[in-house]
Design a protein around this ligand. Structure first.
Ligand SMILES: NC(=O)c1ccc[n+]([C@@H]2O[C@H](COP(=O)([O-])OP(=O)(O)OC[C@H]3O[C@@H](n4cnc5c(N)ncnc54)[C@H](OP(=O)(O)O)[C@@H]3O)[C@@H](O)[C@H]2O)c1
Length: 240
């Protein structure tokens, strides 16, 4: 069955790879990016039949409103899936002893507040699919947001704001999942692994194509029982 996906942060990295692979599966993809015209790789995928691209800066409420309007016009029957992929790492040098408040706010705004704003804004389009159809929301999180997976292997604790923000994103995901469960929604968070992108860096061991194909296998099979969880690329639930 063909579904309609909305994917944020589609200009590069994991977002772009999501667009590539989801469209190759035959689904309709609405790719959202701060500046879609500037992403040559995204433009190569856009055909305005099955792959569309519109502007979205997740930090700008007006931009979110316009994006919802454009998606609604492109897909008046609603959408099936929302992938909140946008994320920023912030300053990697800061640790728990020197992270300034502004750093927390900046990273939190993108990684948590914006996910909430974008999800709230797209809910009416997801709800258009009706009670009988499953709607799925995937928030791209990180193992770094799992408290129980943390201490043994990351004693340096740098990039503190990012770690705290992904932990908060996991809770945001759980609450959305609880709230929307009775309306036939599955909402969950995924850990993509350490992936070769601008954020992950060249030394990352996983290629974007492999991370996305693994995450999509999980996405295609995710069950209501897994809703609200942080799920690894192999489908295993990661403990908080
Ligand atoms: N790579 C990894 O190893 C790794 C590991 C765990 C989790 N993750 C998570 O995976 C997701 C994608 O990461 P990535 O590695 O693909 O990162 P990336 O290469 O740095 O790409 C980030 C994407 O987010 C977009 N973006 C940032 N701020 C935005 C805003 N205000 N509005 C709209 N778009 C915005 C960027 O758009 P522009 O091109 O306009 O800047 C870009 O498309 C993030 O949530 C990240 O935390 C990544």
């Amino acid at each position: 069955m063909t579904s309609t996906y909305v994917i944020t942060g589609a200009s590069r990295g994991l977002g772009l790879e999501f667009v590539k692979q989801v469209s190759a599966q035959g689904h309709i993809v609405i790719a959202l990016a701060r500046n879609p015209d500037a992403s040559e790789n995204l433009q190569k995928l856009v055909d305005n039949k099955k792959v569309f691209a519109f502007k979205l800066d997740v930090l700008d409420k007006e931009s979110i409103k316009n994006a919802v309007k454009e998606v609604n016009e492109a897909s008046p029957e609603g959408i099936d899936c929302l992938i909140n992929n946008v994320g920023i790492y912030g300053n990697r040098e800061y640790d728990i002893l020197n992270t300034p408040g502004e750093e927390y706010l900046e990273v939190f705004n993108t990684n948590v507040v914006a996910v909430s704003n974008v999800t709230q804004a797209f809910l009416p389009l997801l709800r258009k699919r009706g009670q009988e159809n499953l709607k799925r929301i995937l928030n791209i999180s990180s193992l770094l947001g799992s408290i129980s997976s943390f201490s043994p292997w990351r004693p340096d604790c740098t990039g503190t704001a990012y770690l705290v923000s992904k932990c908060a994103l996991n809770m945001l995901t759980k609450i959305f999942s609880n709230k929307l469960a009775s309306e036939n929604f599955i909402v969950y968070a995924a850990n993509p692994g350490w992936v070769k992108t601008d954020m992950g860096g060249e030394q990352a061991p996983i290629e974007a194509c492999d991370s996305i194909s693994d995450m999509l296998k999980v996405f295609d099979n995710v069950s209501a029982e897994q809703s609200g969880a942080l799920i690894d690329s192999d489908g295993q639930i990661i403990s908080w």
